[in-house]
Write a protein that binds this ligand. Structure first.
Ligand code: ARG
Length: 455
């Protein structure tokens, strides 16, 4: 026998068991329990101000809701599968504790409004957790950059040797991406306005002014959400139709999380390449690698491969919500219940990815010798040779062509440019002085000659 529903009066039959299972969301929206209860405590205050509840009733409901809040925050919390969703579960639990009084809580209220409230609060808290992980991860990148500040490595375009660059700049490029990710999340979170009073879609009989409530007036935040409770101000809804049908914030966050996934995936790809014998730039810590069941010699970067792979899941989550929303007429439609699994999934994956990636970066070893071997490739200094000719007043395009020919000659004849006799060099351009160009095949000279970067 199913639990009591929040509706049912107009129905002459029990719900089909498969329909119950099909429509149920409690197995994932239980994650909204605390935020739904917070919304309920605020709603009690609003009902009291507007005269729907007397002080004693409000006090009793608030006390029971706080008790429930403690229960769902603890390890004993088991929502089970009996209720349709978390809102129903909380209502039924409240009824067990306060009897008929609980039935007044739903005055001027709809799950359509509740679910937006709870999801928005969830999002703000989830963003905070990601921000903490991003800062820690950026700290790891900073430390790695600082500890290896003199390492220069080949920079790539098209995955071909291009020009020497500092490792600290390479890591700094990723740091920049994550700094932007953090700002993007902060911006999105700040634009999420917490409102109440939409009702099912058309508003409620309660005066809009009564909806101005502060979370801190009704609940002392537990440690993990103290900051949010202190800052959370509810505003009256300005367009109830938009409010119950808006999932833009979910899509924006899924999109910001997709970019984080992109950045983690790109970093993973760089590190996977660097960890190969062919590159040999890095040694990943044993604690961050896995082995092969068949080949005993293997030490595989599975962690990084999963980061690359999870990007697909995270893009899928974004795409599923975008697609789910695109054909919905105003206002609330049940389709919208399906925003939660992708939302929770993306937040959870990104949080664990950032945690693992931080540890991986903190333990990575850069192999200076192997990297220096790659720096012997003369083609890395070809652009510096062009600048050399330009400094000798040869027009850039001409200089570019001369060095191109010189490189080709060196490759064809298998003689390094720095080993070519001066007469041979002068055959390409009369301005070449062997002792001068020899100095250019030096990674430090190369990076130091780039003055456009404001450090
Ligand atoms: N579990 C539902 C959701 O997440 C709650 C809203 C149900 N509202 C309704 N009118 N059937 O969207």
């Amino acid at each position: 026998m199913a639990q009591k529903k929040l509706w049912g009066g107009r129905f002459g039959k029990e719900t089909n068991v498969f329909v119950e299972e099909f429509t149920r969301s409690i197995h994932y929206d239980y994650k909204l329990a605390r935020y739904d209860i917070l919304g309920s405590i605020l709603h009690v205050k609003i009902l009291k101000t507007s005269g729907y509840l007397n002080s004693l009733e409000a006090e009793k409901l608030t006390a029971a809701l706080k008790d429930l809040y403690r229960y769902v925050s603890g390890s004993a919390f088991n929502p089970g599968l009996k209720d349709e969703d978390i809102h129903t579960f909380i209502q039924n639990e409240l009824e067990k504790r306060t009897g008929e009084l609980a039935l007044k809580l739903h005055t001027a209220r709809s799950r359509n409004d509740q679910v937006v409230f709870a999801t928005k609060v969830y999002c703000k808290i989830a963003v905070e957790a990601i921000q903490t992980r991003i800062f820690a991860f950026m700290g790891a990148l900073d430390t790695a950059a600082k500890n290896n500040e003199n390492i220069i490595l080949p920079g790539f375009t098209h995955l071909q040797h291009a020009q020497p660059v500092y490792l600290k700049d390479y890591l700094g490029a990723y740091r920049n991406m994550f700094a932007r990710d953090s700002e993007r999340l902060a911006y999105i979170s700040q634009t999420i306005k917490i409102t109440m009073g939409a009702g099912a879609l058309a508003g409620t009989p309660i005066n809009s002014a009564d909806y101005r409530v502060n979370a801190k007036d009704v609940l002392d935040g537990p440690e993990d959400i103290k900051k949010l409770i202190a800052a959370l101000r509810v505003e009256p809804v300005t367009n109830s139709l938009d409010s119950v049908s808006n999932r833009d914030f979910v899509i924006e966050l899924l999109s910001a999380l997709s970019l984080i996934a992109t950045h983690l995936s790109r970093l993973s790809e760089d590190l996977i390449l660097w960890a190969t014998r062919e590159f040999g730039f890095i040694e990943l810590d044993d604690a961050f690698c896995t082995g092969s069941s068949l080949m005993p010699q293997k030490k595989n970067p599975d962690v990084l491969e999963l980061m690359r792979g999870y990007a697909g899941r995270i893009y899928g989550n974004l795409l599923s919500v975008l697609t789910m929303m695109k054909g919905l007429p105003l206002t609330y439609n049940r389709d919208m219940q399906l925003d939660k699994e992708p939302l929770f999934s993306s937040f959870q994956i990104i949080e664990s990815e950032l945690t693992v990636m931080e540890g991986l970066i903190r333990t990575i070893q850069f192999n200076r010798e192997k990297i220096s071997e790659h720096l012997k490739d003369e083609s890395l200094y070809a652009t510096d040779l062009v600048y050399y000719l330009v400094d000798k007043k040869i027009p850039f395009k001409m200089a570019h062509a001369i060095i191109g020919k010189l490189i080709k000659y060196s490759l064809d004849s298998r003689i390094q440019i720095k080993d070519l006799p001066e007469e041979k060099l002068k055959g390409f351009s009369g301005v070449f002085v062997k002792s001068e160009i020899k100095r250019l095949f030096d990674p430090f000279v190369s990076v130091k000659s780039k003055k456009s970067i404001k450090r």
